[in-house]
Design a protein around this ligand. Structure first.
Ligand code: PEP
Length: 263
């Protein structure tokens, strides 16, 4: 269902009136984690001022350590909904368990399945039945074939509104958190009709890498970029070192515009 073999034209996925697909490079930005109403609104305003058209933000955070901030849960979803009301930005947010899909879908415009859950087949089937577009991150240990098969699980349940997101894979290189597999962009686009976007924040894990990795992604043909922003990264409860501040995001948006005009 997700293969290009029987579907030669590349698909466009609509999320709350925003298109993700060929012809545009969609900018999605927002906090890694929803922490407070003020922090989320400030991050959303930064995103909007830079031209982002979708707001990201995690209310359920699948952290490596069980002692790290796990997200605000449903309260976080309520904050996202309030910020959507205020800004008009549709929301992309992660769901980590099949039992939460209906609740998260009540608030979200797009459901995110994170790298750690890419092969959680029960979750994939549940989001396939939730009636909302899905952002499917590549498992950090997954091959492109396994990633596309994960998308197939969602599609098989009747939902073809799937956007693939390359977010870095595990390699022997410790200089970055994960290694952004830039070749995954054209390879996945050739094998599948689904849009492919890139997350330079979670792959590099470092603010200084977000702009160069985004440039690489746009030039490689990515259909969008998803980045973390925070009004005060130094006190962020999750992934502060990779969060952009307002000026960084403006610079990123300008670069994306310049590259789009150039290509
Ligand atoms: C995220 O986008 O908030 C996230 C945790 O990403 P990943 O699943 O790619 O690590």
């Amino acid at each position: 269902l997700v293969s290009r073999e029987h579907h030669p034209d590349r698909s466009v996925v609509q999320v709350g009136g925003v298109s993700i697909g060929p012809q545009t490079v969609t900018l999605i930005a927002g906090p890694c984690a929803v922490e407070t109403p003020d922090q989320t609104l400030a991050a959303a305003r930064m995103a909007q001022a830079a031209g982002a058209t979708l707001l990201r933000g995690g209310a359920f955070k699948p952290r490596t350590s069980p002692y790290a901030f796990q997200g605000l849960g449903e309260r976080g979803l309520q904050i996202l909904a309030e910020v959507r009301q205020e800004t008009g930005l549709p929301i992309v947010t992660e769901v980590v368990g099949a039992h939460d899909v209906a609740m998260v879908a009540d608030y979200a415009d797009m459901l995110q399945v994170g790298t750690r859950n890419m092969q959680n087949f029960t979750l994939l089937q549940a989001v396939g039945e939730a009636g909302k577009p899905v952002l499917l991150k590549r498992g950090m240990n997954a091959t492109i074939e396994e990633w596309l098969m994960a998308a197939e699980y969602i599609a098989q349940r009747g939902n073809l509104d799937i956007v693939l997101c390359e977010r870095g894979i595990r390699t022997f290189e410790p200089a970055t958190r994960n290694t952004l597999d830039i070749s995954a962009v054209p390879v996945a686009q050739r094998l599948s009709h689904l849009p492919v976007i890139v997350d330079p924040s979670h792959s590099g894990g470092r603010r200084d890498l977000v702009l160069p990795l985004s440039r690489a992604a746009v030039v490689a043909g990515a259909d969008g970029i998803i980045v973390d922003v925070h009004p005060q990264p130094d006190i962020a409860l999750c992934d502060g070192p990779q969060a952009l501040v307002a000026d960084d995001l403006q610079a990123l948006a300008r670069t994306m515009e310049d590259l789009a005009g150039f290509m």
